[in-house]
Ligand binder design. Structure first.
Ligand code: GDP
Length: 445
């Protein structure tokens, strides 16, 4: 059992050569680890497989931020995808409780934490939403369960429907409805009977109760530690009764929460709350980010990668500024600028942002200078040697011919590029002399 996926991935990537972008092999290697990690976190096999496929498509070819390892970068991609899959309801903690009295049906297997969760949610509705709540236990087979709800009710100051011996679950549901209407309750919660396993009788009973109560919410309570089983339970209940969401309990335990991913992927139902202990306030609305982090067993890799990306961009801009102010502007710089222009969608907008380039951009547009020109210029620069790029003054006739031929273009086009470079270099130098206030920032940041 490992503790940290990010460490594991870093180990894998340390053995690989660092490259500018994530290669197919990098991603495949990383994703093998990710798949194992998901399985160890109790994610079901088909879900893990589909998930890895989706990530593979996203990760291949992505640029690697220099100050993090490719492993960390993959973790970030995996994390983001996890969040995307896990994210369900916009506001998972907001229960539909308009049109008083609003019925909420609680379903699930025995021992899942259903009674405890009923009381926790009742308390939340009372304290956070200022609602008057009535709880009723429908577990006619287990008097102890009914008594348990009554005790919890007294503990949290929420009323429970008085226990009448010999009633069926449907009769109790009807009485709860009447009692809630007459008593002016905003919400009534029906804690249905649980069984150890799913069986027909149980499902029939829950269906009958559902038909009587016509619930606004039907919440399935599942033990988050049960992994794959939880998914089967969710599919069964959703198929037979129809659920509006899931509450995962025992998320305070050692389990990694993989059940959350499987359940979301297979049933498509949102996870609404997670139970985090036995106490009445140990419940929280579901947060996709938190569970994603937990499934991966990673610390703050995501934050680290985001920060690194920001820092890198800022550092790059800063370095370029310094060089430009010293009047250094070589072909590599120009190439970076051209590529950035392409990325930022259009020459005119960029040149307009650069001091002294506004006029040039108009001339360029008038001369039919579009993005295909940018691409040709980049090809020309690619065709230069390292030395030539660093020092364009080296470019005499024979070299020019070679470069143009290398790019499959005319020397006249290379001459235009060189002229443009000179104009830009001059403009940069002037700006450098004008002051160090960073006039270029807007253009290159
Ligand atoms: P039910 O049979 O489904 O109604 O289950 P209960 O509500 O009686 O809960 C069974 C046991 O699980 C009780 O001891 C609860 O205190 C405990 N339990 C419920 N939810 C949680 C949770 O989120 N975390 C932990 N650690 N224990 C819980």
């Amino acid at each position: 059992m490992f503790e940290n996926l990010s460490e594991r991935l870093s180990g894998v990537f340390d053995r690989l050569t660092k490259q500018g972008a994530l290669s197919d092999d990098d991603v495949a290697t990383a994703l093998r680890e990710v798949r194992v990690a998901l399985l160890e976190a109790d994610v079901s096999l088909p879900v893990a497989r589909d998930f890895v496929k989706a990530v593979q498509a996203k990760a291949t070819g992505q640029a690697v931020t220099r100050s993090v390892t490719p492993g960390q970068q993959v973790v970030k991609i995996v994390h983001d995808e996890l969040v995307a899959v896990l994210r369900g309801a916009d506001d998972p903690g907001a229960l539909k409780i308009d049109n008083a009295p609003a019925p909420i049906l609680m379903v699930g297997l025995q021992g899942s934490g259903k009674t405890t969760t009923t009381a926790k949610l009742a308390r939340r509705l009372k304290d956070k939403n200022g609602k008057r709540v009535l709880m009723a236990s429908l577990d006619t087979n287990r008097p102890a369960a009914m008594e348990q709800l009554a005790i919890l009710g007294r503990q949290i100051g929420v009323d429970t429907l008085p226990i009448v011996k010999g009633e069926t679950a449907v009769q109790i549901a009807r009485r709860a409805k009447t009692h809630a209407s007459l008593g002016g309750y905003d919400v009534y919660m029906l804690d249905t009977a649980g069984r150890l396993h799913i069986d027909e009788v149980l499902m029939d009973e829950v269906q009958a109760v559902r038909d009587v109560a016509n619930p606004r919410e039907t919440l399935l309570v599942v033990d988050g530690l049960t992994g794959q089983d939880a998914v089967n339970v969710a599919s069964e209940f959703d198929g037979k009764v129809g659920i509006t969401g899931v509450v995962l309990t025992r998320m305070d335990g050692d389990g990694r929460g993989g059940a959350a991913l499987s359940m979301r992927a297979i049933t498509g139902k949102p996870i609404r709350f997670i139970g985090l202990g036995e106490k009445m306030d140990a419940i929280e609305p579901f947060e996709a980010e938190r569970i994603a982090g937990r499934i991966l067993g990673m610390g703050d890799i995501v934050a680290l990668v985001e920060k690194a990306q920001e820092t890198l961009e800022a550092e790059q801009a800063e370095r370029m500024m310094k060089r430009f102010q010293k009047g250094q502007f070589n072909m590599n710089d120009l190439k970076m600028q051209l590529e950035q222009m392409l990325r930022m969608g259009g020459l005119e907008s960029i040149m307009g942002m650069m001091p002294g380039m506004g006029k040039m951009s108009k001339q360029a547009a008038d001369a039919g200078f579009d993005d295909s020109v940018l691409r040709r210029q980049i090809a020309l620069i690619n065709s230069m040697t390292k030395k030539e790029r660093a020092n364009p003054d080296l470019l005499q006739a024979s070299r020019k011919k070679r470069i143009a031929a290398g790019a499959g273009l005319e020397v006249s086009e290379l001459n235009r590029l060189l002229k443009m470079h000179r104009q830009m270099a001059d403009a940069m130098k002037k700006m450098g002399k004008m002051g160090k206030k960073g006039m270029l920032k807007g253009a290159i940041a």
